[in-house]
Design a protein around this ligand. Structure first.
Ligand code: GRG
Length: 302
């Protein structure tokens, strides 16, 4: 049986449901409301607004594959979602993408105002690091330090911030190359997905060969994820996406479908996912959750 068929047979729906439930409870408990209530309410509004919880689930899955436990990875899994959520809050601001809806709800600044939305993002970013540092147990200190350094690099100019800046600079330009587009997305989207995968392995004490293999898997699914995101912006409805659809066309943004067409974009995403699945074949059935998640990335509808 080829890896692709194996991954389809795995009951991913149940796996995702169970892990998501675990993450939802941990996130809810992670951030109680204290004074000043308004900022905690704003942080919780976006953090607990749903979403696929893909980044925490990837971290938990990789930690497990690498011989670690859920307890070792749960604080980092929550921190990844705090970072992801803060990037969505800031991305939706009028000064950035200016969006009114996210995860099927009004965006943070639409509910709390721009000033509080900026601070809610800042609060979540800082808290993510505090949470990993203070809540992680049973992990070797040098591994924890490595994860925290990696998280810092991922959110900064070498990662999300850098990708976002190039994205802003590219707006309205008609001559964006595939190479520039890939730079934007490997930084804006791919970096946090890669860190989600690799952090789980580092926490479990994985060796360099495994970390390299998992990085390759993550880079492939990261790019495939963004290609599919671009396709869904054209083909899915606002109800399906939980955010405004068709924004890229309206903003005349360079996307993979605008460069390659929808069919070729689908083919490229599938090829990346096939490679991601194949690279994990060496782990046998243990890799099924990660392989099934890769398959899900090209078949998802939201
Ligand atoms: C990180 C300091 C710092 C600032 C933020 C705004 C910004 C800099 C970066 C933008 C990052 C961004 C919003 C990238 C897009 C990533 C993406 C494809 C999001 C959608 O992810 P899903 O589909 O969403 O996993 P859910 O809602 O399911 O979690």
């Amino acid at each position: 049986m080829v890896a692709n068929e194996q991954s389809i047979q795995f009951d991913l729906a149940t796996y995702l449901q169970e892990k998501k439930a675990l993450v939802e409870v941990a996130l809810d408990q992670s951030l109680p409301i204290v004074r000043p209530a308004k900022i905690y309410e704003a942080m919780r509004y976006s953090l607990l607004a749903g979403g696929k919880r893909l980044r925490p689930i990837l971290c938990l899955a990789t930690c497990e594959l690498s011989g670690g436990t859920t307890a070792m990875a749960l604080p980092t899994a929550c921190a990844l979602e705090m970072i992801h959520t803060m990037s969505l809050i800031h991305d939706d601001l009028p000064a950035m993408d200016n969006d009114d809806y996210r995860r099927g709800k009004l965006t943070n600044h639409k509910v709390f105002g721009e000033d509080i939305a900026i601070l809610a993002g800042d609060g979540l970013l800082a808290y993510a690091f505090e949470f990993v540092a203070t809540q992680t147990q049973g992990v070797a200190p040098e591994n924890l330090l490595q994860v925290m350094a990696r998280l810092g690099r991922t959110v900064g100019a070498a990662g999300l911030v850098g990708g976002q800046v190039l994205d802003l600079e590219s707006e309205g330009k008609t001559d964006i190359t595939a190479e520039t587009l890939t730079f934007i997305h490997t930084h804006k989207t791919g970096a946090l997905l890669e860190t989600s995968v690799v952090a789980g392995a580092i926490l479990a004490g994985a060796g360099e060969t495994d970390i390299q293999r998992l990085s390759t898997y993550a880079q492939n699914i990261g790019l495939a994820f963004q290609i599919v995101d671009d396709i869904l912006d054209i083909t899915a409805t606002q109800e399906e996406l939980g955010k405004t659809a068709g924004k890229d066309l309206l903003a005349q943004k360079a996307t993979y479908p605008s460069l390659w067409g929808i069919e070729e974009s689908r083919r490229q995403a599938q090829a990346l996912v096939d490679e991601a699945i194949a690279v994990l074949a060496t782990y046998g059935p243990k890799a099924q959750p990660l392989q099934a998640i890769a398959h899900y990335i090209v078949t998802r509808k939201s």
